[in-house]
Design a protein around this ligand. Structure first.
Ligand SMILES: Nc1ncnc2c1ncn2[C@@H]1O[C@H](COP(=O)(O)OP(=O)(O)O)[C@@H](O)[C@H]1O
Ligand SMILES: N[C@@H](CCC(=O)OP(=O)(O)O)C(=O)O
Length: 373
């Protein structure tokens, strides 16, 4: 769930728990239902601006905004921490982190580890280093990327307005609410205007961009008014009053589309018959025990083929997927139990050499049939 500055910035400057309280109660209700939530929270610049008010009133440079963000970030996390009686984890990311495959995998591993520990990650952009993001980017797009990263069921965007309108209702009195968007056409995109408040970034435009990104990953987006306590409590009961933006692709197809567009194969992991069967027919991840050897010079995060050895040196391709370990590491942990990975390597990136979510098998969408048969 993404919470915008418009909900956290106090009228008098700095941050306020006024709307965050209801959203925290909503999150707690989700936790009680066994749902996992990643919170993407803005508010750092708004908080820092108040603290630097004696110095910064005229200064709109990037350095000043970055200083405000650095100062205000502690306030943002402190605000949320006051509203929960369990620990929260701060995760600061830049778009560059998520474009780089290895850093992307590391971020994903950290977030999933935190969720396993039942600790809610509170994500914000690492504004201190993300110059482009401060001038061009926004947390709506970041939230969509994070939603895809954790393979979220839904992207919730809480803002200061009831959802999408046919035009910005602050400047257009005839604007009508849009409850459902089946496809993000250029016509829909054209409805969105910029931010409605001095603290918001991007307005409705970046929310629709985020919904489009999420849709590509097979994730639906909900825009709702985080200021309206009735809307928030209805949402906790599964009833939406806001805008629901659908996705055209199914989750599986979106995922496989992404795998299909990953860069070329850089090596092979040879597996035994048991592992080949589990991957091809049981939807299993690849664990070290079923691996015979790896060849090629690939590294963690590279796309590889998973193969079995046939007669006369022939390789049978079972699947392609993203390796969590490099070729040299795999050769050291092949045939070992997952619990021994740490002993062999001195570290571990987790028990899966290729996670099932990162695998495209022959059966999934016929992806490999055309290319490798
Ligand atoms: N078509 C539209 N429908 C709804 N809101 C719109 C539209 N176009 C622009 N907006 C503006 O977008 C604002 C929400 O975005 P923003 O100010 O960036 O909030 P946040 O801080 O929650 O990200 C609304 O307050 C509204 O003024
Ligand atoms: N990272 C910045 C927020 C940037 C941003 O996208 O703000 P918003 O449009 O209010 O969600 C901050 O914490 O102030």
């Amino acid at each position: 769930m993404k919470v915008g500055s418009s909900l956290l910035a106090a009228d008098t400057g700095g941050l306020s728990t006024r709307y965050a309280l209801g959203l925290a109660q909503f999150i707690s209700a989700c936790h009680a239902d066994g749902r996992e939530i990643v919170l993407v929270s803005s508010g750092a610049v708004a908080a820092g601006r108040l603290m630097l008010r004696d110095h910064s009133h005229e200064d709109t440079s990037n350095a000043a905004r970055q200083a405000m963000a650095a100062l205000g970030q502690t306030q943002t996390v402190a605000l949320w921490q006051r509203l929960f009686d369990h620990p929260l984890a701060q995760v600061l990311l830049t778009h560059d982190d998520l474009r780089d495959r290895r850093r992307y995998l590391n971020a994903r591993a950290t977030l999933s580890e935190l969720l396993n520990y039942k600790i809610m990650p509170v994500v914000n952009e690492n504004d201190t280093v993300a110059i482009d993001e401060l001038t061009l980017g926004d947390n709506d797009n970041l939230a969509a990327i994070v939603a895809a990263l954790v393979d979220a069921d839904l992207l919730l965007i809480a803002t200061d307005i009831d959802g999408l309108y046919t035009a910005d209702p602050r400047t257009n009195l005839d604007a009508e609410p849009v409850n459902e968007v089946l496809e993000l056409t250029t016509e829909i995109m054209a409805m969105a205007g910029c931010a409605g408040s001095s603290v918001g970034t991007g307005g409705m435009r970046t929310k629709l961009e985020a919904a489009e990104k999420a849709a590509t990953a097979g994730i639906q987006t909900v825009l709702f008014n985080g200021r309206d306590s009735e809307v928030v409590s209805l949402l906790a009961r599964g009833q939406l009053r806001g805008t629901l933006l659908h996705t055209s692709a199914t989750r599986l197809h979106a995922r496989k589309y992404w795998l299909r567009h990953m860069p070329a194969v850089t090596g092979h992991i040879h597996v035994d018959a048991g592992a080949a069967h589990a991957i091809a027919h049981e939807g299993a991840s690849l664990l070290p025990m079923g691996i015979i050897r790896a060849d090629g010079m690939f590294q963690r995060g590279d796309m590889v083929e998973i193969v079995t050895d046939g007669d006369a040196g022939m390789l049978h391709v079972i699947a392609r997927g993203i390796a969590q370990y490099g070729a040299a590491e795999i050769n050291r942990i092949a045939r070992t139990h997952t619990r021994d990975i740490g002993d062999r390597l001195g570290y571990s990136y987790g028990e899966n050499v290729v996670h099932r979510d990162d695998l495209a098998t022959l059966g999934d969408t016929g992806l490999l049939t055309g290319e490798y048969a």
